[in-house]
Write a protein that binds this ligand. Structure first.
Ligand SMILES: [Zn+2]
Length: 299
């Protein structure tokens, strides 16, 4: 099941609320799923349960009778599409305040006005035209509508609720979207998908932890590995001298360094330098170590 489907089905399981809120929900759904063509308002939905809810709300709130037509999905995804056609759409648009005094289409501000109805409107918008990427992949929540007026009005409505939405036109449709995890979680929580929100946060914690470990792998572990490899090579050279000419054959300064190297195999060069008496810096140690390696090649 896609994550969007999972979220929508969670939202639909919640108790249904007051009539004013149900109307706001219906307005949200219609605003984000319908087109008007050839004397019909056509609601196109990919989720069977959302389609059933629309039919129920239309009947109960506005006394509009509508049936669901199923269009079998083609292509790879093969998802069925559910189409609800409404002939008395002036009654519907009036009922949800999606038409203004001049008779032109507008954002259904009036349906979404009451503080209690704002949440229901967002819920409806998500059910009608919302989708959310799987949080394992990325954070992207969007609401798609066919009407520029709706997109514009919705962005202002969201701004009023202190959500900073981004908007883009895509293939003749109008998209409001979010990419930051916190806004997405807040909006989905408002829409009633608290389990979904929990899942997003769990993924986020897991992702952050994984990134942290990757960073460790990339830099710190690489450095540790470099030190270990270098130390192994250096000790091999020192042991060769030890077996052949003996460490006594080395000048005093090199002999001291060779001894601490054997004693502290995990140390980096800077740490080794600090152990000498008098201590020397990393480049000094590097210089002496090269000499030791050079000498070892003679044996
Ligand atoms: Zn309400």
């Amino acid at each position: 099941m896609s994550f969007t489907k999972e979220l929508k089905e969670e939202i639909l399981q919640k108790e249904q609320g007051k009539d004013c809120c149900n109307l706001a929900e219906l307005a949200g759904i219609i605003a984000f799923s319908s087109t008007i063509k050839n004397g019909y308002l056509k609601i196109t939905i990919e989720n069977k349960f959302v389609a059933r809810r629309i039919v129920k709300l239309l009947k109960r709130l506005l006394d509009i009778q509508a049936g669901i037509e199923v269009k079998a999905g083609g292509g790879v995804r093969k998802n069925d599409t559910f189409i609800i056609s409404v002939r008395e759409f002036a009654k519907l648009l009036n009922g949800i305040s999606m038409i203004n005094k001049e008779g032109s289409l507008c954002f259904p501000q009036k349906s979404a006005e009451n503080p209690c109805c704002k949440k229901a409107f967002i819920k409806g918008a998500f059910l009608g035209g919302g989708s959310m990427s799987h949080p394992q992949k990325r954070y992207h929540l969007e609401f798609v509508t066919h009407y520029p007026e709706i997109c514009e009005g919705f962005n202002l409505f969201l701004e009023d609720m202190e959500f900073a939405a981004k908007a883009v036109e895509r293939k003749g449709k109008f998209v409001t979207y979010f990419k930051d995890c916190d806004s997405i979680c807040n909006l989905l929580a408002i829409a009633g998908a608290s389990l979904g929100v929990m899942k997003i946060y769990q993924e986020k914690v897991y992702k952050d932890k994984k990134n942290e470990i990757n960073r460790l792998n990339n830099s710190e572990v690489a450095n540790i590995m470099k030190t270990v490899t270098a130390s192994t090579d250096q000790r091999a050279c020192i042991e060769k001298i030890q077996r052949t000419a003996g460490l006594e054959s080395l000048p005093e300064s090199l002999k001291k360094l060779a001894e601490v190297r054997l004693k502290y195999p995990d140390d980096g060069l800077a740490q080794l330098g600090a152990r000498l008496n008098p201590p020397i810096g990393k480049s000094g140690v590097n210089h002496r170590m090269r000499k030791i390696i050079e000498i070892s090649k003679r044996y």
